[in-house]
Structure formats: C-alpha cells, structure tokens
Design a binder for this molecule. Structure first.
Ligand SMILES: *Cc1c(COP(=O)(O)O)cnc(C)c1O
Length: 402
C-alpha cells in the first residue's frame, strides 16, 4: 500500500469506528456514547435537564419524556453509555448502588431462594440477610469459589444466584462462566455486581450473566462526589421488567448526578489503567514488607486463582487488602501516620483511601458473619488512587515503621 492509500485506509477505519457503534473501541465508546445529544445549540457536552416534568404538545404527543422519575434525557445519555460499555441492551441509572440492588431483588417473589457469596459487599449482605429475609426471601451464603457447594445449595425454590467478583474485601474470584453454566441448566437468573473491576476490566454479560449491577459511586464516576447506581440488562424482557420496577419503586437517579457521572465515566479507561499500575506496585511493596502480613491482590503471583483471573478478567483493578502485623505496628498508629492516604469508606475515586472492614465497611455483618467470611480485625482495605506510586509507597513506608 502506498502512504496515500494507507492514509485513506486508516481514515476509512476511523470513520467506521465513529459511525458504527458496534465496533467502537472501549475508550471511544466511553468518551462518545450518549454524549452529543443537543440539537438546539449543538452543545458538545450533554445538556443537564433539571426538570421534574415535560410538556405535551397535545394529548399523546411529547418528545419522548413525560416525568423525570420515569425518564430524563440527561440520565438516558448515561444509561446508553454504561449499556454500551457493558455490552447490554439497556441500562437503568439509579440513585445509589443499593437502590440498583434493591430494584433487582424485586424481580423475585416471597418464598424464592437466592444463593450469594459469603463475602459480598456489607450493604448487600445487610439488605439480603436482614431486610429481605423479613420480606419472605431466603438466602444461602456460600463460598462461591467452590462450584460444587453452589450446586448443592440449589433447591426447587432457587431463583437467583448473586455473583460479586472480585469479592470485597478479600479479592476472591468467582468463576462467572462456571456459575452461569450451573444456573442456565435450572433457569436460575444470574446477577453480577461488577463495581470492583468496572466494565473496563470485566464484562460479565459477555460471560453469560443476565444482569449486571454497579455502584457508579465507585470507579464509573471515579471522583467521590456522587452516589449512584446502574442496572444493565442482557435481554429486552429483563430491560422491560427492570425499567418498570425502577419507575414503580421510584429509585431512579437524579439528572444532576447522571450529568456528573457522565463526566466521570469518560475517563474510566485511563483512570483504571493508573489505578491498576499503582495497585500492583503498592501490592508488591507490601508483600515484601515485614510489618504487612498477607496481601490480597489479583495481580500478585501469590493470588491462588491465576488461571481464572486470566480467563475472565482483562485487568486486576485498583483494590487490595493486607493484614497488618499488629504485634509490630498498632492499627491506630498506622492510620494516624498516613498523610496521602485518607481513612474513609468507599473506593474507586482518584484519591487513595484506606479503611478497616471489620470496624467500618463490613461492620453490619456482625462478628459471626465477619469470621465466617474470613475477615479479621487486622485487615486494611486499600483503594489505590491515581497519585504517583512513589508517594503512595513512601506514605505507607513511613506509616508501617514499627
Ligand atoms: C459501594 C458498593 C455498593 C453499594 O453502592 P452505594 O452506591 O454505596 O449504594 C454495592 N456493591 C459494591 C461492590 C460496592 O462497593
């Protein structure tokens, strides 16, 4: 090919990427999908529509929106974007991650049985084990790394398997395809909480899962200034029921929050790359440090599920957990010395955070639940931000001094 032909060929490829959504690459998708919707003034950025209601031209004729609980153009733009990144048919954006999870649980009826991992997000555990148990659902919390255990937990009432992988805070990996194969045979709905890796590093729908949920509060927004959630559907039927439930329950997200999350999601790819490269360096540093005991991170060779990690994830993410050697360093002393890291719950923001699952994020599980899932008092969960890795390591180093 002559340089000129090559240039034309490249241009054709570029145009295809821009005009054929199906082959848009991931970064292009996150920057462009749903964004350029303003026909009035050609605004490059999605307009914010902070309106509760939309006027009708006459009975039965409006511009596709009537009331913001049911639908809003700004929120619809974000829904398109997240659906495209996960590879779903559609998405509902909700007020919080928990409201997304709550809405999905309304797919079930009293008497139905759910199988979930025993180390899921603390808030999900509380919703399942306390709130929803008293509403007639039953749950089995099992170690989902063991597929036989999952199979044995299935009863004639089992209607849903809840997957969260990597798990929080132990970074255990669940074999998504393995679970889907078990569930499909028995017509059991599978749901995956994909908050920890984001669609950038894991696409559960492509692995056969029916519904993906997100706390967009975390990596998707990425700037710790919004709480939000999302439900992504693999089929039209699930989309219809899900949209109906979100509207009926009244859990949809606000237009302003959607506008902020749409701003955040455009940089998901570069943020995830830096979260990951920083996390790998921090994990390796901690693994070699005498005052840090075990380190849990999927990117370390010491993680026991290497094959599975390489099979279903395209990256390791930015979350890690380690056990502090509290015989050498007190937990309080360590936390007090930190300067770059902030002691706070939540994760997935550009700034690095640490927290203690036993006393903070997972406290609602109670001592028995915590022990059963293998969480200890000495565990420190780290959300590695996008700062310079050298500064993060130096901060940990001075705080880990005996
Ligand atoms: C934070 C989180 C949730 C809950 O989301 P909120 O936005 O806080 O309601 C659910 N699942 C996981 C894995 C989370 O980290």
């Amino acid at each position: 090919m002559t340089p000129n032909m090559l240039c034309k060929h490249k241009l054709a490829q570029k145009l295809q990427i821009l005009y054929d959504g199906s082959i848009m690459k991931v970064r292009t998708k996150s920057v462009h999908t749903g964004v350029k919707i303003d026909k009035t003034f050609n605004s490059v950025i999605t307009p914010l529509y902070p309106t509760s209601t939309f006027f009708f031209d006459k009975i039965g004729k409006n511009k596709g929106f009537d009331y913001t609980r049911s639908g809003n153009p700004t929120r619809a733009a974000l829904e398109k974007n997240i659906a495209a990144q996960e590879g779903g048919v559609d998405c509902s954006v909700t007020a919080t991650g928990m409201s997304a999870i709550t809405a999905v649980m309304f797919f079930l009826k009293p008497g139905d049985h759910v199988i979930a991992s025993n180390d899921i997000y603390g808030g999900t555990y509380r919703l399942f084990d306390d709130v929803l148990k008293s509403r007639g659902l039953t749950f089995s919390f099992v170690d989902m790394r063991n597929l036989e255990r999952v199979k044995r937990s299935i009863t004639s009432k089992t209607k849903m398997i809840w997957i969260e992988t990597p798990s929080n805070p132990l970074l255990n990996i669940v074999d998504i395809k393995g679970i889907v194969a078990i569930a499909k045979k028995k017509k059991i709905l599978t749901v995956a909480d994909n908050t920890f890796l984001s669609p950038y590093f894991q696409k559960p729908l492509k692995l056969g899962v029916d519904i993906v949920v997100h706390s967009t509060t975390k990596y998707i927004n990425g700037h710790s200034d919004v709480v939000g959630g999302a439900i992504v559907y693999s089929t039209k039927a699930l989309q219809e029921r899900g949209r109906y439930l979100v509207n009926a329950l009244g859990v949809s997200g606000s237009p302003f929050d959607a506008w902020l999350v749409l701003r955040g999601v455009k940089t998901l790819a570069p943020r995830m790359e830096i979260h990951q490269s920083n996390a790998l360096l921090v994990a390796q540093y901690l693994e070699g440090h005498p005052n840090a005991k075990k380190v849990y991170y999927p990117g370390l060779a010491s993680h026991p599920q290497q094959d599975l990690i390489r099979k279903q994830m395209t990256g390791f993410g930015g979350m890690l957990t380690f056990e502090l050697n509290t015989k050498k360093v007190s937990l309080d002393g360590f936390l007090k010395k930190m300067k770059v890291f902030t002691l706070a719950e939540s994760l997935g923001g550009v700034e690095s955070l640490v927290e203690i699952p036993w006393y903070m994020s997972h406290a609602s599980m109670g001592a028995a639940g915590l022990k059963a899932s293998g969480i200890t008092r000495e565990m420190v969960r780290v959300s590695v931000g996008i700062e310079d890795a050298e500064d993060l390591i130096a901060d940990l180093g001075q705080a880990l001094k005996a």
